[in-house]
Write a protein that binds this ligand. Structure first.
Ligand SMILES: [Zn+2]
Ligand SMILES: [Zn+2]
Length: 333
């Protein structure tokens, strides 16, 4: 099979023909139809996350169909369309797994990071961590749901459940990329007022944000016209943490949704004072995935995508890094 792989840190992906992987016990062999490119892939390729599998096939937003089933794999029929997310395996035994927090499993394996992922014509996945996908999204448009949508939804749920002293009516989104363009639609559908923050001067991103019905779109260096109840930071920029806290009301919450962020500059305690909450969101649970995909079946989401052939994965990563793309980037083998 054709595959794009990372051989050493901070080098472009190489392309080669490899043997198709063989599904182990409880695993599925999938023919990959589409694999979205996540910002996390950039962090992996750029060496910003510790100890990736090497060589590694990246990619954790995989839509594929079942070609072969390993021993005991019987959850999906041959030919079934499934989605493979970031959470690839958990131990089921640690205190986090037992407490329903498998996203924090001490021995978790992650697709396209510590297990091979979907930048290839075929991949294998543990069937217990695969999802059925809503029919109304074709392969290219379903792929970004598997991380941008899913992790975005987890961050959105936490941001909107937690604020103290009133509902999260006004929600800010920092970094208007693949995740934010989906979360903005969920928030608007829930009747919330959305404020979109883009890189200073990025008028194209602002116009894109406005096309989803956000009430306000401006630079991340701008103050909002009214204080926010909650904010989610999708951009990997630590300086946005004090900027977001500054825009959030007492009792409000700031959620950092990315896996990696540049250092957060020091800031005066008064930005956190008054029971403001600052927290991160890590990974996903299978329950998150089921909940979000059921929601995506009910609330039709417009998924904006730019597709690249699999062989152009390096160009896709470069364009994502440069912030040139609107919505989600998807590789098609
Ligand atoms: Zn565990
Ligand atoms: Zn991701």
């Amino acid at each position: 099979m054709k595959a794009m792989h990372l051989d050493t840190h901070s080098s472009p992906l190489s392309s080669s023909e490899r043997p198709r992987p063989v599904p182990g016990k409880g695993e599925l062999l999938l023919r990959v139809h589409a694999c979205a490119v996540c910002r996390t892939d950039l962090h992996v390729v750029d060496g910003e996350l510790p100890n990736p599998k090497l060589p590694l096939i990246p990619g954790h937003e995989i839509v594929g169909s079942v070609i072969e089933r390993g021993a005991n794999a019987e959850r999906f029929e041959i030919g079934a369309r499934v989605g493979v997310p970031w959470l690839g395996w958990t131990c089921g035994e640690c205190s986090y797994c037992k407490a329903g927090a498998e996203n924090l499993c001490e021995r978790a394996q992650f697709t396209g990071y510590t297990r091979d992922g979907g930048y290839a014509e075929y991949t294998v996945a543990d069937e217990r961590f695969c999802f059925s996908l809503p029919d109304q999204y074709d392969d290219v448009h379903a792929a970004p749901l598997l991380c941008a949508g899913l992790i975005g939804h987890r961050a959105y749920t936490i941001a909107t459940e937690r604020p103290f002293g009133g509902e999260a009516k006004r929600i800010g989104l920092y970094g208007f990329g693949a995740a934010a363009h989906l979360v903005a639609q969920l928030a608007v559908a829930d009747g919330r007022t959305v404020f979109a923050f883009t890189r200073p001067g990025d008028v194209v991103a602002r116009a894109h944000a406005r096309s989803f019905g956000v009430a306000w779109a401006g630079g991340s260096d701008e103050a909002v016209p009214e204080p926010l109840d909650a904010a989610i930071i999708f951009a990997p920029v630590g300086a946005l943490v004090p900027a977001a806290l500054r825009n959030v009301r007492p009792g409000g919450i700031v959620v950092c949704a990315g896996i990696h962020m540049s250092d957060i500059p020091s800031f005066p305690y008064e930005l956190l004072w008054q029971e403001r909450v600052l927290r991160s969101v890590a990974n996903l649970t299978r329950a998150d995935g089921e909940a979000f995909l059921a929601l995506a079946a009910r609330v039709p989401l417009r998924v904006d995508t730019t597709t690249y052939p699999l062989e152009q994965a390096n160009a896709a990563l470069d364009d994502l890094r440069a912030g040139k793309l609107r919505g989600a980037v998807v590789l098609v083998p």
